[in-house]
Structures are given as C-alpha cells and as structure tokens.
Design a binder for this molecule. Structure first.
Ligand SMILES: Cc1cc2nc3c(=O)[nH]c(=O)nc-3n(C[C@H](O)[C@H](O)[C@H](O)COP(=O)(O)O)c2cc1C
Length: 221
C-alpha cells in the first residue's frame, strides 16, 4: 500500500483546508495517509489583531524569522512513498514554523524522500517555491514539483484584503463588494481533493510526480 505523510502548518486555516482535502483524495485512491500538523511552541492566534502588529510581522518574516515548534512525533519517521509539506507564503518566504522544521529535523525526516511542497498564498509564491526547494534539496530530499493555490480575488483588493484580514478588520464589508472573501474557494478545495486522488493513483501506478499538472486555472486563477 502507498504511504503518504501530509505535514502542514497553517496560521489562518487555508493550508489546513487544502491539506485535508488532498489527504481525503489520497485516501480515496487507496493510499494510507497520516496527517501531521506542525505545532508552534506558542500557539499563534489569527487574526494578528492590529495594523502595527501586522506590519511588524510582515517585516520580521521578510528576514525569515524562525518560529519555535514542538518536536515531530515518532510516527513521522517512516518509509513514506511521498511526503507532502504544506504551508503558507510569508513575505515571499516559507513560514517560520516550516523553516524551523527543516532547520532542526530536515535531514532526519526528508533525506532520501520525495517531498512535494503544498503552498497556500494570496498570489506571490515563486520566491517561496525556489527557496523551499533549495532548502529541501540541501537536506537530501527529492523535490519533483510543487502544488500552489492562490486566493481567487483580483488585485489590488487581494493584497489589501489579506492585510486588513490579518489586522483583524472586515475587508468583506469595508472594500464594498470588491473583496468577497478571504482565502481559498470551494472550487479550489475540490481541486485539492482531485490532486490528492491524482497523486495517489500516480504513486500506485509507479508514475512520475514530476509529470503531473498541478498548475490549473482553478488552483492558480
Ligand atoms: C506574515 C504574513 C506574510 C504574508 N506574505 C505573503 C506573501 O509574501 N505572498 C503571498 O502571496 N501571500 C502572503 N501572505 C498571505 C498568506 O500566504 C495566505 O493568506 C495563505 O493563504 C495563508 O495560509 P494559512 O491560513 O494556511 O496560514 C502572508 C501572510 C502572512 C500572515
């Protein structure tokens, strides 16, 4: 049986939703799936709550500030066919908890494994993807491609909306209909589920993950 570990960190619930739908799709394809949330030592509360605190968070995350995490439980160390590593983009970088996981446990968890990053972002993911791939390869992982989902709202409302949401405001109201909702759509969650089935079936058939098409107009509108 194909075995997949789905590790993820999620601050505002978006990566968690995608990772869960992906895991359900994988399980429906016949794979055995373990869901593995990364837990910060001090739990983060969403929203951040004020404009100055949000600006501060954006600044420190530019410099890839690490966030202390709980040690991964023993059942994360196994002989996986694939490890999905999910997390949000923070100021064009991987999030602090994902960076800490790779710094502290990257070699023991990922060396010799195929790792498939799952990125949730408002729209700017390329620097995150390139940086994450470099870090994962440095600890000995094979990184065939990545799955990216961006928020399906037009700019500049998407950027403004995310900032206001993080600061604890209500952009759905204050941006007067130009920002329908924060985060990923139902269609995108259904797409994550479809990606899970596709990934599981490909692994079971001995196919190449690098050949899968995850860059669809639903995932990246
Ligand atoms: C501190 C911070 C910085 C962010 N920086 C970016 C960014 O550079 N590019 C981007 O596309 N999204 C950025 N975002 C938005 C998140 O990536 C996006 O809302 C994502 O869906 C959140 O996923 P999560 O709920 O799993 O944490 C940022 C969010 C936070 C909290």
């Amino acid at each position: 049986m194909i075995k997949v570990l789905v590790i993820y960190y999620s601050f505002s619930g978006q990566t968690r939703g995608l990772a869960q739908r992906l895991a359900v799709g994988l399980a429906e394809s016949g794979a055995s799936v373990v869901r593995a949330p990364i837990r910060p030592q001090v739990p983060h509360r969403f929203p951040i709550g004020s404009i100055p605190a949000t600006v501060r968070k954006m600044l420190v995350t530019c410099f890839r500030q690490r966030v202390a995490i709980e040690p991964p439980p023993p059942d994360w160390r196994d002989d996986w066919d694939c490890i999905v590593l999910g997390g949000p983009t923070w100021s064009y970088n991987p999030s602090g908890p994902v960076l800490s996981l790779i710094d502290q446990y990257g070699e023991e968890l990922f060396a010799g494994h195929t790792v498939l990053p799952l990125i949730s972002c408002r729209g700017y993911w390329r620097a995150h993807w390139f940086g994450l791939r470099r870090l994962l390869r440095k600890v000995g992982a094979q990184v065939p491609t990545c799955i990216v989902f961006s928020h399906p709202v037009a700019e500049p409302w998407r950027t403004l909306g995310v900032f206001l949401k993080l600061a604890g405001r209500f952009p759905e109201r204050s941006l007067q209909g130009r920002y329908p909702r924060y985060g990923h759509s139902r269609n995108q969650l259904a797409e994550a589920h479809r990606f899970g089935v596709m990934l599981g079936e490909t692994l079971a058939a001995g196919g190449r993950i690098a050949d899968l098409d995850f860059r669809t107009p639903i995932a990246l509108p």
